[in-house]
Design a protein around this ligand. Structure first.
Ligand code: NAP
Length: 341
C-alpha cells in the first residue's frame, strides 16, 4: 500500500510502499478514503513534539470503510463507513488520561496511508450527512474543541446565551469551537491575525472579531462589545498561550471560564494575580478527550448537521505541500488528503 513515512526529525516525509497491516484480535482494518492534517503532524516533523518515536506513518484523522475484522470483532462491521477516534486508551478517569493514552499517528502508524489497523473500540459510524473528506476533518481538532468548550469550560447550551471568545480562528480546533458554540446558541466573537479570516468567521455566524496583531486589540474589542473595563466574555477558548494570554484575563467577564489547549506563541507571561482572583476567573487546561466525549461530539454534529470547513483537498502524494501550508498558517479550515487507492 502507499503510505507517508517520517523516518527522522527535520526531514521531508517519504511516499513508500508498505505492507498492508493485519487486523489483530479486537482490531479492524480500514481502507481509508480521506485523512486530515493537524499541527501535531508538523510539530512531529519539526522535532517539536514530546516522545517522538520514528519511523512512523503520520496522521491522526481518517475516515474510510472497514475492509476486514480481526478475531472477536462482529463481522457486521465489514463494509461499514467509519471515522476513527484518534484519542486511544484514555483510561478510567474522565478528568485526565492515564499512562497508556496515545494519539493515533506516532508512535503507532497513522492515517496517511491506504490502510490502517485500529482497535475496534475507536471506530464510529460516519455521520451520514458528511462526505469522507468532511468526516476525516473533525476527529482530533473537533474532540479537542469539544472537551475544552463543553466539558472544561462547560458552555451553557440552554437558557441565556453565553458570550464566547475564540482566539486564532484560523486554527483547526478553534474553528470547530466556533461551529460548536454557535450551534449551542452562544454569541461568539473571534480573533485572528488575518482580516480575511475574520470576514470568513463572520460569514459562519460569528458576531464580530478583532485582529490580534493590533496592539490595542483587547481594548478595541471591549469598545466594540460594550464590555469596557469590566470585561465581556463568559467563556474564552485559546490555543495561542504566550504574552497575549494576559489580555484574555482583561476581556473575561467576572466569573468567566478560560479553557486552553495549545501554546502556539509560547510561555504565558504577565498575568496580574488580582485580576484573576478579584474577577473569580477559572482557567482550565485541556487536551484531546475521552471516548464518551467523542461519542457526544458525534451525536451533536449529527443532530445539528454540522459540516466542517475544509480549506483544501489534496491527493495524498501532495502531503509535503500540505504540511508546508499548515506550517505557514495560511489555511482557513482543515487541510484534507484524499486517498486514491
Ligand atoms: N492539547 C491538545 O489536545 C491539542 C489538540 C489540538 C491542537 N493543539 C494545539 O493547539 C494549537 C493549534 O493547533 P491547530 O492544529 O488548531 O493548529 P493550526 O490549525 O495550525 O492553527 C494555528 C493557529 O494559531 C493562531 N495563532 C497564531 N498566533 C496567534 C496569536 N498570537 N494569538 C491567537 N492565535 C494565534 C493562528 O490563527 P489565525 O490564522 O486566525 O491568525 C493559526 O491559524 C497548536 O499549538 C497545537 O499544538 C493541542
Amino acid at each position: 500500500m502507499k503510505a507517508i513515512l517520517l523516518t527522522a526529525k527535520n526531514q521531508p516525509v517519504q511516499l513508500i510502499d508498505a505492507s498492508v497491516p493485519v487486523a489483530g484480535p479486537g482490531e479492524v482494518l480500514i481502507k481509508l478514503e480521506a485523512a486530515s492534517l493537524n499541527h501535531r503532524d508538523v510539530y512531529i516533523q519539526q522535532g517539536l513534539y514530546p516522545g517522538i518515536k520514528l519511523p512512523a506513518i503520520l496522521g491522526s484523522d481518517g475516515a474510510g470503510v472497514v475492509a476486514e475484522v480481526g478475531e472477536g470483532v462482529d463481522v457486521a462491521w465489514r463494509g461499514q463507513a467509519v471515522v476513527i477516534n484518534p484519542a486511544m486508551y484514555w483510561g478510567p478517569n474522565p478528568k485526565f488520561y492515564g499512562s497508556d493514552f496515545r494519539i493515533l499517528g506516532m508512535p503507532d502508524n497513522g492515517t496517511f496511508a491506504e490502510y490502517v489497523a485500529v482497535d475496534k473500540t475507536y471506530i464510529h459510524h460516519k455521520p451520514a450527512h458528511l462526505s469522507f473528506e468532511q468526516a476525516a476533518a473533525f476527529p482530533l481538532a473537533g474532540l479537542t474543541a469539544w472537551r475544552a468548550l463543553m466539558t472544561r469550560a462547560a458552555l451553557h447550551t440552554s437558557g441565556t446565551p453565553e458570550k464566547v471568545l475564540i482566539t486564532g480562528i484560523g486554527g483547526g480546533a478553534a474553528l470547530f469551537a466556533l461551529q460548536f458554540a454557535l450551534a449551542a446558541g452562544a454569541e461568539v466573537w473571534v480573533t485572528s491575525g488575518s482580516d480575511e479570516k475574520l470576514v470568513r468567521a463572520k460569514e459562519l455566524g460569528a458576531t464580530g472579531g478583532i485582529n490580534y496583531r493590533e496592539p490595542e486589540w483587547a481594548k478595541t474589542l471591549m469598545d466594540q462589545t460594550g464590555g469596557g473595563r469590566a470585561g465581556y466574555f463568559d467563556v474564552i477558548i485559546d490555543s495561542a498561550g504566550g504574552p497575549g494570554f494576559a489580555k484574555l484575563i482583561d476581556v473575561a467577564a467576572s466569573g468567566g471560564r478560560i479553557a486552553f489547549f495549545g501554546g502556539t506563541t509560547g510561555t504565558i507571561t504577565d498575568i496580574i494575580p488580582p485580576k484573576v482572583f478579584f474577577k473569580q476567573l477559572s482557567i482550565f487546561g485541556s487536551t484531546m478527550g475521552t471516548e464518551t466525549e467523542f461519542t457526544d461530539m458525534l451525536s451533536f454534529i449529527t443532530d445539528k448537521q454540522i459540516v466542517p470547513v475544509l480549506d483544501e483537498i489534496l491527493p495524498l502524494i501532495e502531503i509535503e505541500q500540505a504540511m508546508q501550508k499548515m506550517n505557514t498558517g495560511k489555511q482557513f479550515g482543515k487541510i484534507v488528503l484524499k486517498i486514491i487507492n
